[in-house]
Ligand binder design. Sequence first.
Ligand SMILES: C[S@@+](CC[C@H](N)C(=O)[O-])C[C@H]1O[C@@H](n2cnc3c(N)ncnc32)[C@H](O)[C@@H]1O
Length: 259
Amino acid sequence: MSGHIEKEAIAKSFSRAADQYDEYARIQHVLAHELLKLCPSQDKKNVLDLGCGTGYCLPELQKIYPQADITGGDLAPGMLQHAKSHYPQFNYEISDAENLPFENESFDLIFSSLAVQWCDDFSIVLSEAWRCLKPGGHLVLSNLAVGTLQELKQAWLEVDHNQHVNEFTLGDDLLMNISDSDFVESEVKINTHIDYHPDVRSLTDSLKRIGAHNITQGRAKGLTSPGIIKQFKLAMEKHRTEKGLPASYAVLTCVLQKN
Ligand SMILES: C[S@@+](CC[C@H](N)C(=O)[O-])C[C@H]1O[C@@H](n2cnc3c(N)ncnc32)[C@H](O)[C@@H]1O
């Protein structure tokens, strides 16, 4: 994500969402399972789930790596509290992907599903992951690129000039960050996934309930008037398909290795 990001606001927004997150995180869970399938099969001893949120992926990682010591790291204390109460068997550490609180060469695998799109600079995320991986270790990560929530963005543009939707980084820039990094690329791709909703309320609610609604600076302040909301809903309806109202996610997925 580009622009100045307030990490405190991000942490607060996700902490507040922790208790209801899993109920509304349909697309996030689908994409997490797709990413889990890409985890290398060779044994791993120390595994970090970076941006682990409610801890949803931690038991899944344990199934793949039964012998591993697994740590959940997240920016949001509320998320980690939730994860700890559900999965007390794992380790937890407040972690910022751009400034990891771990020693060099701590992990054999860093897994991260849809967590680093709120970071200012993806190249720093990559260099921090590289630093904390052991030689031969893997980074299995997904991130969001421009194109994500484009229907919402277009609909709001018809209504006003406030920033209602988070800004994402261009896919080409993310790819460039990867090729400029010290990692060896095993698999890198960008695919668009579409999440369909029956109505506008369901779509915007799902983003709000998981804490991923607009948290960038420059967002509209205060309440939005009923007239504006009506205009926005009409603009969104132009995107309706037979499957419902689409919310696109342009997902960068990568499996990288530190040599
Ligand atoms: C959409 S949730 C994904 C949670 C989990 N990975 C999943 O797939 O269910 C994004 C998570 O990333 C965390 N996050 C956001 N920015 C972060 C950062 N800079 N470092 C670490 N975690 C971050 C949020 O607090 C939130 O828990």
